[in-house]
Design a protein around this ligand. Structure first.
Ligand code: IMP
Ligand code: ZN
Length: 340
């Protein structure tokens, strides 16, 4: 684990509210509820979550519910954003693209939600110079088209004020009963402003939707579990990077085991592919742990791990100058390691 922690890492697929550790959830509970913190009341599931006991999948998803409740005010949202960046930095992540869905809550407008996250990123980045952080505001498919329109308009407005942080958009959430083409029309507005697209793509079997996402021009593929045939060839030809989230997919049962995960096929086939955590708080993992799984399960060696991270630089939405700096970090790291 020591090597995996030490290697500089790049995280491109992380949802803010899914990346709250048990410790952060507990601290947020104390801020929001004080001594009425649900962790100390009769809510057994919350108690299990904050004490780190093993959970069922249903309980894992409860974490989103708790996280959303706890981050519904500016103070706790800023606290959560800071904690997530600190946790990634502590795992030696040097570049992070964080995602979050702007929400109207009892205490915040969507604009306040997003500016709270953006201002916190700006502040924390100055305090922790070892990590560069970008934001990809999300559209939650389950919230419908009006919310999607609102999010895109807000992002287009705010990317003028935060052009160094907002680099693209994410499409996520439960896709059931929705059609990508409706969201594609809305997302075009952001795309034509120069924002990159990191869509959850191929999370379930739907060849037509995947084709539509490729035609739309997604810049990266979130998961890509069910991409096959012609679509897979298109992904290869265009070099569209896959964001593979091993533990997330295993715990959500979209793949049957680590061994069966599509990462192996993509890596062996020379596809553009990177490793991400998705929701490290919900799935109880770290990027270092995901990389160690790559060695244990797919036989990657330590040089492969460094190569995997170096390749990932090219899949980021960072500027050329920022990519150069990341390459320097890797060159410096390589000069310090000796392989036997
Ligand atoms: P938030 O956007 O910061 O609130 O992060 C949590 C949200 O990310 C969830 O409510 C989902 O909309 C989305 N999300 C997290 N993981 C996944 C996934 O694996 N598939 C689709 N959506 C996800
Ligand atoms: Zn995701």
């Amino acid at each position: 684990m020591d090597f995996f922690r030490k290697v500089p890492k790049i995280e491109l697929h992380a949802h803010l509210n899914g990346s709250l550790s048990n410790r952060t959830l507990k601290e947020l509970g104390a801020i929001k509820y004080g001594k009425d913190d649900p962790a100390t009341t009769a809510d057994e599931c919350f108690y299990k979550i904050t004490t780190g006991q093993s959970l069922t999948l249903k309980e894992c998803f409860q974490k989103f519910k708790y996280a959303h409740d706890l981050t519904d005010q500016q103070e706790t949202l800023a606290y959560a954003t800071r904690a997530v960046i600190q946790d990634f930095a502590a795992d030696n992540v040097v570049y992070l693209e964080l995602r979050t869905t702007p929400k109207t809550t009892a205490h915040m407008s969507k604009k306040q939600y997003l500016t709270t996250v953006l201002d916190t990123i700006r502040k924390v980045q100055n305090e922790i110079p070892s990590i560069t952080v970008k934001l990809l505001p999300s559209i939650d498919r389950s919230k419908g088209l009006q919310e999607a329109e609102e999010n895109v308009s807000l992002v287009v407005e705010l990317c003028e004020e935060y052009p160094d942080i907002i680099k693209g958009m994410d499409l996520s959430g439960a896709p059931f009963g929705t059609s990508f083409s409706d969201f594609g029309v809305i997302l075009k507005k952001a795309q034509s402003c120069g924002l990159k697209m990191a869509l959850h793509c191929g999370e379930f079997e739907d060849d037509d939707e995947i084709r539509d996402m490729f035609e739309f021009g997604t810049d990266r593929i979130g998961h890509g579990t069910f991409i096959r045939g012609t679509n897979l060839e298109v992904a290869r030809k265009r070099g569209i990077p896959f964001e593979c989230c091993l533990t997330s997919n295993v715990k959500c049962s979209t793949v049957s085991s680590y061994k069966e995960h599509h990462f192996k096929k993509l890596w062996d086939g020379g596809f553009a592919v990177c490793i991400c955590t998705d929701d490290f708080g919900v799935f109880d993992t770290t990027l270092s742990q995901e990389l160690s799984i790559c060695c244990e399960t797919y036989g990657l060696n330590l040089q492969d791990i460094i190569q995997l991270q170096e390749n990932t630089i090219h899949y980021t939405f960072a500027s050329e100058e920022e990519k150069q700096k990341l390459m320097e970090i890797f060159n410096n790291f390589k000069n310090t390691v000796k392989f036997v």
